[in-house]
Write a protein of this length. Structure first.
Length: 150
């Protein structure tokens, strides 16, 4: 329980004082289509910092390889894309961090948005399930670990 509380406090700190290297962000999103870039650029600096930390962790992780790595690098950049359609206030973000409940259902919104933008069904499926704790997909479970700790 203490570990969870410590992590949640770290999340609140990240929300209040995000750190983002703009050069690294620009380099990371070069892999996206212009349509996806336009949408992910709508994220707040806090979200961009989180996406970049996740992207960099997967870049360094040797258990992701080949096309699997490319897919998960793209997932790192777009998995929270549903948050661009409905922004939560700081109060609801803190409440979400404490209660672990997504008021905006960003995973489903994001999957639908990706489908509408013509992205692969695999990417949309992973986006929709990136918080599904019952996954049997080992790569997605590893992704979830990073998503929940970075």
């Amino acid at each position: 329980m203490f570990k969870t509380l410590k992590y949640r406090l770290w999340q609140v700190k990240q929300e209040l004082r995000p750190k983002l290297c703009l050069k690294a962000w620009e380099d990371a999103i070069q892999t996206l289509t212009p349509e996806l870039k336009a949408v992910v650029e709508k994220h707040s600096i806090t979200e961009k910092a989180h996406l970049l930390r996740l992207f960099e962790a997967i870049t360094k992780d040797m258990t992701f390889d080949g096309s699997n790595k490319d897919l998960y690098l793209k997932l790192a950049l777009v998995h929270d894309i549903g948050k661009t359609e409905m922004r939560l206030s700081l109060f609801f973000k803190v409440l979400k961090a404490v209660c672990n409940f997504d008021f905006a259902k960003h995973d489903k919104r994001g999957a639908n948005l990706l489908r509408n933008l013509g992205c692969s069904e695999e990417l949309a499926f992973l986006t929709e399930n990136h918080h599904n704790k019952n996954t049997k997909n080992k790569a997605l479970a590893k992704f979830q670990y990073y998503d929940n700790t970075l």
